[in-house]
Unconditional design. Structure first.
Length: 146
């Protein structure tokens, strides 16, 4: 566990746990199903990750893409590595789609479609609603990981 994982709500926001990575629910949803893919290590540069962490990334991203296809039927997916504030290696995973999607008790429009994701338009998920949304996305992961 590192400070970046904790900042994004670990362990309460945990969707999937791997040897080198965790998938977390993103607390602000620019699109429905937005996640944080965080390295478990203390690395603050992508190139500093262990080779095994890079290798595991293939399986993790495949699971993310399968789960988010099921959850929101995205058209594109954006992996944004924005490590200016939170220093440990992590990606913001933003599924992209035209229009609006609903699930887990939340409805979100992709305000940036078809351009860059509009992170400022993100829906802030109330703490009491995060469990419902997390469990909904987690259910989609359960079907692709089994």
């Amino acid at each position: 566990m590192n400070a970046t994982m904790k900042k994004f709500g670990w362990p309460d926001s945990l969707i999937a746990d791997y040897d080198y990575w965790v998938v977390l629910l993103r607390p602000a949803q620019p699109t429905l199903g937005s996640l944080v893919l965080a390295a478990k290590s203390g690395a603050t540069a992508f190139g500093d990750l262990d080779g095994a962490a890079h290798a595991e990334l293939k399986a993790v991203t495949a699971a993310i893409e399968a789960a988010l296809t099921q959850a929101v039927g995205y058209a594109k997916i954006n992996y944004l590595m924005l490590m200016m504030v939170d220093p440990h290696v992590h990606f913001h995973v933003i599924p992209r789609y035209e229009g609006t999607r609903s699930g887990g008790g939340l409805t979100v429009t992709d305000a940036g479609w078809p351009g860059q994701p509009d992170l400022n338009a993100a829906v802030k998920v109330a703490s009491e609603d995060q469990t419902c949304l997390r469990d909904w996305v987690n259910g989609c992961f359960g079907t692709v990981m089994n």
